[in-house]
Design a protein around this ligand. Structure first.
Ligand code: ATP
Ligand code: MG
Length: 297
């Protein structure tokens, strides 16, 4: 493919469930991209990165064929595409991302009895993920008919096209609306950042290294909070012990109050109301919990 030698090309979903989170992630990594408008290819202003906006289904292929160096795509689409391609993987998964969470599940009409996966034998299963579905059935030693549909899988049972379905679920409300219930999860997925398997040249490898370092900083910070509070010196140990996943908090004197100190800490986990209640009970006051935007350790 005709790729620029000094700029990374990243395939991103043009619109849909992954688009906004993908763009937000790039922005959080300090990569400036003018609003997408209707362009197919966009250049980042302040980073050697170009974005190609495409349907998510095309992303694995674009990366594996080397038309793009990188892609952000659901692992479900990626795995399906890799299975279909059949050859040894032509991609490397650089990072699993914390958005686009869903699962591929087998669901049946509410009234259909179900005890185990053996009950699927001989049924017609409608899905947009024939490869993943067939692999699962083979692993379970069940033989069933897989019917491939590109969309609206959830209405297939009502139309008489299939007995059961294998489709993506996140909240389950689509299933409920179609009087279906999920009985087996066959694949759990989030988005991933993938790269073509061939080594990048030095310039691109360096640019990717920077992106990955920033991305790790953003993802690490997402689950982290900064907490500040006042603690009676007498209860300091008890209060420290309550802080979720914090190392060596900073302890500072409080001007004008000798009995208390100020305590600042980075908590590697979210701080819930329960924790704050417990801190308060242990004598803490003026408790502030702040989000952390970026982190580099
Ligand atoms: P495109 O037009 O790009 O082909 P699409 O309609 O195939 O879009 P979307 O519905 O935007 O795809 O979903 C993209 C990805 O988002 C899915 O492949 C999956 O990884 C993830 N996802 C997260 N939650 C859900 C969900 N509830 N249903 C479907 N996909 C979900
Ligand atoms: Mg798609």
């Amino acid at each position: 493919a005709n790729l620029p030698k000094d700029r990374l090309r990243l395939a991103v979903q043009k619109s849909g469930r992954l688009h906004t989170d993908s763009m937000d992630l790039l922005k959080a990594c300090g990569i400036k991209i003018k609003s997408p408008k209707e362009k197919l290819l966009l250049h980042a202003d302040n980073f050697p990165l170009d974005l190609l906006f495409v349907r998510d289904d095309d992303i694995p292929q674009l990366v594996m064929d080397g038309v793009c160096d990188l892609g952000i795509v659901g692992q479900n689409v990626l795995e399906e595409s890799a299975l279909e391609r059949g050859t040894a993987n032509a991609y490397v998964s650089e990072r699993v991302l914390d958005f686009g969470g869903c699962r591929l599940a087998i669901a049946l009409p509410e009234e259909r009895p179900y005890a185990s996966v053996k009950d699927l034998a001989g049924l017609r299963i409608a899905t947009s993920y024939p490869q993943l579905t067939k692999r699962y059935l083979a692993q379970q030693g069940v033989s069933a008919d897989v019917v491939t549909l590109s969309g609206s899988v959830e209405i297939a049972p009502r139309l008489g096209l299939a007995d059961v379905i294998c489709d993506l679920v996140s909240s389950g409300s689509t299933l409920e609306a179609n009087k279906l219930r999920a009985v087996e999860t066959i694949f759990k997925s989030t988005a991933a950042l993938i790269r073509n398997a061939r080594p990048l040249n030095a310039e691109k490898a360096h640019a990717l290294e920077i992106i990955l370092r920033r991305l790790d900083g953003v993802q690490k910070a997402a689950g982290t909070k900064y907490i500040m509070l006042h603690a009676p010196k007498a209860n300091l140990a008890a209060i420290k012990a309550l802080l979720p996943g914090s190392e060596n908090p900073t302890v500072l004197p409080l001007a004008g109050d000798d009995s208390k100190v100020a305590l600042h800490a980075v908590c590697s986990e979210d701080v819930f109301w329960e924790t704050m209640d417990a801190l308060k009970k242990a004598g803490a006051s003026s408790i502030l919990v702040l989000p952390i935007e970026k982190m580099m350790l």
